[in-house]
Design a protein. Structure first.
Length: 273
């Protein structure tokens, strides 16, 4: 200890320490530079591949939607089978058919759903549910809900009690798309605030089921979460559920806050005109 202390007082450590620090800084800078270059090259390569894949996918989807091409016929294209084995192509393909599915209805939408199953893209979505990353889980949940995979309900509803708020509301929203009012109990118990944009998405999910006067929507007005109550009022107003007027009237009398009270009174006036 005495020798170390003497060396410290004499300043003999300064030059070796500074030299070592400079070497560390230079090495770290070089490694960071290599990482940035590699990351940029990967991004450029992905963008180039995406452009190439988009052309292939556009032709493929045209044949599926408008020419009634069967997946058995599509599989005869060896180039397609090779591409389908690559994860990035499957990712781009899934994104493409999701965008198409959102813009098509009826027979065209059914064709896309069938292709999603036949091409085994559905397996990739189920696999995402097992990911340790909540963002990947959300992506898998959204994909399965978009293509109306009812069998996924039991797996998705598990995440309605997840700790992550985004994952939780994504799961609830997906289950509403898949099962309609059967998912209301999970929404009633939702503890976190639901923002305006998410409320609009949930309302859209209910609209897909044409819920009419299905029992259960009134339970949203009984929630301890005021944003869920607000959602319930918007649903009743948007779907014009006049049969729910007694529940809205009851809420107007015993509202948890002034804003909910005014909203309930406004909806009462709208529905009774």
């Amino acid at each position: 200890m005495t020798e170390i202390w003497e060396s410290y007082k004499n300043g003999n450590w300064e030059v070796p320490f500074l030299t070592f620090a400079i070497y560390i800084f230079v090495c770290a800078s070089f490694i960071l530079y290599l990482f940035i270059v590699a990351s940029r090259n990967t991004k450029i390569k992905k963008e180039r591949l995406r452009t190439e894949y988009d052309k292939e996918i556009n032709q493929l989807m045209t044949s599926v939607i408008f020419e009634d091409a069967s997946f058995a016929a599509i599989k005869e294209n060896k180039n397609f089978l090779v591409l389908l084995d690559t994860s990035f192509f499957r990712e781009v393909l899934t994104e493409s058919i999701i965008n198409l599915h959102k813009n098509y209805e009826g027979v065209y939408a059914q064709k896309l759903e069938q292709f999603y199953k036949d091409s085994n893209l559905i397996k990739g979505s189920f696999k995402k549910l097992k990911s340790l990353k909540w963002e990947v889980k959300c992506k898998g949940i959204t994909e399965l809900a978009e293509f109306n995979i009812i069998d996924a309900f039991d797996k998705i509803i598990i995440y309605s009690k997840a700790r992550n708020k985004t994952l939780k509301i994504t799961a609830i929203n997906a289950c509403i798309k898949l099962a309609g009012t059967n998912s209301i109990i999970y929404l009633v118990e939702h503890p976190d605030p639901i923002d305006e944009w998410t409320q609009l998405n949930i309302i859209d999910a209910f609209k897909r089921h044409d819920v009419g006067d299905t029992e259960g929507i009134e339970h949203l007005l009984e929630s301890q979460n005021t944003t869920v109550i607000a959602l319930g009022l918007k649903l009743i107003k948007e779907l014009k559920l006049t049969q729910k007027i007694p529940f809205v009237a009851q809420l107007a009398e015993k509202a948890p806050n002034t804003m909910i009270k005014y909203e309930a009174q406004s909806i009462l006036q709208t529905l009774t005109v």
